[in-house]
Design a protein around this ligand. Sequence first.
Ligand SMILES: [Zn+2]
Length: 301
Amino acid sequence: MKKPFLSALLIFSALFSSAQYSFDPKKLAQELKELSSSVMDGRKTGTEGNRKARVYIIDHLKQTGIERYVPNYEQPFSISQAGSLTDGTGGVNVLGVIPGKKKETIVISAHYDHLGSRDGKTYFGADDNASGTAALLAMAEYFKKNTPEHRIILAFFDAEEIGLRGSRYFVSATDLMKENIVLNINMDMVARGDKNELYVCGTYYHPNLKPAVESVPKFEGFKLLFGHDGPSSGEDDWTNQSDQGSFHAKKIPFLYFGVEDHPDYHRATDTFDKINQDFYAKSVETILQSVKALDRSLNQN
Ligand SMILES: [Zn+2]
């Protein structure tokens, strides 16, 4: 009599623990691992490794049934100014779209490029930013199955590491008014759980976005903190430190999710084995729930 009850209980608790995530955390970690593997060679803009990462992303979008926002999902752009690429090679953003119930659009973004290889070392960029890229793939899958209120553009930006070039091109090449872009949510470095802290930056400028993020269920031992924005943060102001800066420059509201710099930041040691997979899953779930809450609450008042 007791055994069936016990196995039912075990099955129930197994279901319950996996049910705390809106995606498969193992798949999420696996995709981060592949994007930060030596095959991708550090994903530097204009290189073969970067192209492989792009093919990987596009394949996943196709498998998920995500529509292209631009032909073949690719938005190429040239990089001509000094201090960046000198061989005339450009970058390529990858853009997909999920139709919503209304025309207003949220751009969810993550840069997929990193620093490549130099001096015999590969800069794998597991946290920066294979983590945001794999998170964006998980969100693509989730919002494909769960139709959002807003239309969602999924933006995998290139050339962030050489001055937010991909996102700068996107905001200049897109008619932001006509496309009804009302919010950017950017993810860059969301997997390192060194301090068990994830920051959300941007509510200093957009306090109206705060309640939605605050309403998100909290994980035990995981901290979501507001900050790194506005005058009081001084040198620690992250407003223009990643692609959200390009949207901010065009007066598009933004929220940026990321962790504080860690000892492996922009070093060859930013590798998959340093990722705290438990923290990563909680981080991505928290961001996904924030997107859902914002999607529901925006423009209602
Ligand atoms: Zn980055």
